[in-house]
Design a protein around this ligand. Structure first.
Ligand code: ATP
Ligand code: MG
Length: 393
């Protein structure tokens, strides 16, 4: 297996001063853990922090590239050649790089040189170096055409004091912040399209994310749970360590609520129970917020009044990354992140069990609280928490 040096870049904007050290350490650890999970514990993985960048030496194949694309905090990366920092060695490097490009892709329509002096090592400015190397390339490859705005081939040179880097490929990463740079969150995960994507969005802001699913057993089949497990497997690829999934058997609890309450309030009552139970689990695992895939107006339980009636039982914030997104925007993301194919598989969610065809659209808190006097919230919560199961996938 070929080992390759890869230059990893991250956005520097959020990480000034002391922050940078902590941010980089977290990112380096995440890269190591994620690559080990993908390539195997014994795969060669050497990581070095060099100012403003991370240098990785590892096996280079499509798996490595896909894996790096899922690590939040990396904005883009390039396989590189290392050369000594002097004009002749750098020139030889970019000539080799051009030749390799031609062998693999044919002659490029156009090219440019992009020099970045990370350390001021040579006696020329970046613009002077671009001109110098550009004219040398044209001498060696007279068919090349310069295009500074939109070239097919960019030959990148990153100048450092002793060793410089040459690259011709920049692969886009996912950006965001390294998972672990923000506090943990607990995601309420249904088998639908929205909540899995919402979970990835919050990981992208740096929060390790655990999952909780309310399982409509015995009124929904095993396929509902299977679907959740498959989704969690995909979601866990976006964080360095797989996080736990809590499963709460919920069908019998819903049945008890449905036996004594008005049909039009049931979905709201279920959802308030879900939030209360999720608060307890969050407290236990030190998650600082809950997360849902809700979007205003998408379904009856997501009117502003109903969202507020549901949220009033929460002691911690509830994040809703898609509150103002359209379904098609969420679907586009689901396809990019790889959850779409699983989410569209048919399986019943517990929310619809014993629910009314005409649910209350503008619930008032006192009406809902009156319904909750008809059963023991505490007892149902106790049952739910006692029967909770945890798994790591
Ligand atoms: P999704 O596509 O995520 O299922 P949705 O548009 O179908 O969302 P609802 O079914 O009303 O909307 O659910 C709203 C949110 O409540 C979901 O995004 C999810 O976060 C949470 N939720 C719904 N059902 C469950 C469940 N069975 N277990 C855990 N969370 C759930
Ligand atoms: Mg749903």
């Amino acid at each position: 297996m070929k080992t390759q040096s890869i230059l990893l870049r991250y956005h520097e904007i959020a990480i000034k001063g002391d922050n940078r050290n902590w941010f980089e350490k977290c990112l380096v650890q995440n890269i190591k853990k994620t690559l080990q999970r993908t390539l195997g514990q014994n795969a060669p993985i050497d990581l070095q922090r060099i100012y403003g960048r991370i240098l990785l030496n590892t096996e280079w194949n499509s798996l490595t590239s896909e894996c790096l694309q899922k690590i939040f905090g990396i904005s883009n990366f390039s396989p590189i050649q290392k050369v000594q920092t002097n004009l002749d060695s750098i020139l030889l490097g970019i000539l080799n790089e051009s030749q390799t490009y031609i062998t693999e892709n044919g002659y490029p329509q156009s090219f440019r040189i992009k020099t970045r002096r990370s350390e001021k090592a040579l006696e020329k400015t970046s613009a002077e170096l671009n001109q110098y190397f550009g004219s040398e390339i044209l001498k060696n490859f007279p068919a090349f055409k310069v295009d500074l705005k939109n070239p097919e081939l960019t030959l990148g040179i990153e100048i450092r004091r002793k060793e410089s880097f040459i690259w011709s490929q920049k692969i886009l990463g996912s950006g965001g912040l390294p998972v672990g740079t923000q506090s943990p969150v607990l995601a309420l995960l249904s088998g639908g399209l929205d909540s899995p994507v919402a979970a990835i969005q919050i990981m992208k802001r740096g929060s390790p994310t655990s999952y909780i699913h309310f399982y409509g057993t015995p009124f929904v089949g095993k396929e509902s749970l299977q679907k959740i497990e498959n989704l969690v497997r995909v979601l866990n690829r976006y964080q360095p360590s797989p996080q736990p999934l809590y499963i709460i058997p919920f069908g019998s609890i819903q049945e008890k609520i449905a036996q004594v309450t008005q049909p039009k309030f049931r979905t709201i009552l279920y959802r308030r129970m879900m939030i209360r139970i999720s608060n307890e689990i969050a407290l236990k695992i030190k998650a600082k917020a809950l997360l849902t895939g809700e979007s205003v107006g998408q379904v009856a339980s997501q009117t502003i009044e109903n969202i507020s009636t549901i949220e009033s039982v929460s002691q911690i914030p509830i994040f809703r990354p898609f509150v103002a997104s359209n379904k098609d925007e969420i679907i586009t993301k689901a396809k990019i992140w790889g959850t779409y194919c699983i989410s569209i598989q048919p399986a019943l969610d517990c929310c619809t069990l014993f629910a009314d065809h005409h649910p209350a659209l503008h619930s008032e808190l006192n009406q809902v609280q009156a319904q909750e006097k008809l059963f023991s919230v505490q007892e149902l919560m106790k049952t739910a928490l006692q029967s909770a199961e945890m798994m790591i996938l």
